[in-house]
Design a protein around this ligand. Sequence first.
Ligand SMILES: *Cc1c(COP(=O)(O)O)cnc(C)c1O
Length: 397
Amino acid sequence: MKRISKSEIATFGENTRLVIGGREPSDYHGFVNPPVYHGSTVLAPTVKDLLGHTQRYAYGRRGTPTSDAFDEAMRALDGSAGVVTCPSGLSAVSTALLSCLSAGDHLLMVDTTYLPTRNFCDRVLTRLNIETTYYDPLVGAGIEQLLRPNTRAVYLEAPGSQSFEMQDIPAIAGIAHKHGATVLLDNTWATPLFFDAFGHGVDLSIQAGTKYIVGHSDAMFGVVSASRKAWPALKAYYGDSGLCVGPDDIFLAMRGLRTLGVRLRQHQDSALRVARWLASRPEVQHVLHPALDSDPGHAIWKRDFKGSSGLFSIILQPAPDAAVAAFLDELKFFGLGYSWGGYESLAIPFDCKEYRTATDWNPGGPGVRLHVGLEDVADLIADLDAGLARFRALSVP
Ligand SMILES: *Cc1c(COP(=O)(O)O)cnc(C)c1O
């Protein structure tokens, strides 16, 4: 096989990049996958080499051939200037924020952010004298009115956590940059395959790798990818903070990455079929899924995104909690559990009322978030059909 240069990789299609990124079998005796290095200490041949840092690797925490292979595969996918890996998605969020914020700074955070991200801002950033203002995800160019002289970062998540509002990412990024603020995006839902963060003005793109990158619900993982401008500060903070990921989890993440394209397209197709079926049901008031034409965020989604993943929500007709429990408790294929992005279907009831502060959450009925896995769609629909019959039986007429 011919060796492929890193610059040439960027010219290939995304599935080709997923397959060949971070891999050079001739360097490891022809084995297809890079070896997994378990290690802390790295020996130097002489004092001169030890003190002069003449070797590529100096210490396990500072990078290994295993972590380098993942970082390179991820860069081949998302076109970033640099990548760091973190032990969870939430640690990727906190790493990205702390890489660009200091005491006295102001952060604009989308109101529909993942709840633990909000908790980090309210509990940790507050303690560091970094002030957070939450903003409406639909603010668009109106973000300009919220910027202050000390606003150093604007954080987005699209679609919104649980409620799936789309954000006008290029409009917000353009204004943030005009004021010198760093633009951060939690891009876990779309992944780099379905949303090109750096092509739309994002400086720091976050992936909860636990979800679609790992893809099998068997490891925790996070990634922060940086633009050229944001990379030096991210790299420096990451090195100083002591973060690193164990080699076996990196191995699982890299294994997941190879099949991300086919899995995500199947999640997309199956979720759309389930979502359209749910939209036709009398028990369902709304389906919150930006790839449906009826969704208020559809035009933005269509303009900026290349696909949709397996996660969306529904708002049921008003009903007592017991009806929602009857719907969910007896499902055969949709497990009741947090997280998502694995091969299996999941469901959780949700209510954003308690924690949204810049917007009102009042959808007029109970919310259920679904992750559509890789099971056969006919089986999933039959499962939901039986669940909605149980829901209807306990709904007040
Ligand atoms: C799950 C999730 C996270 C956090 O990831 P963990 O690996 O669970 O820490 C961050 N952002 C979004 C959008 C998520 O869904």
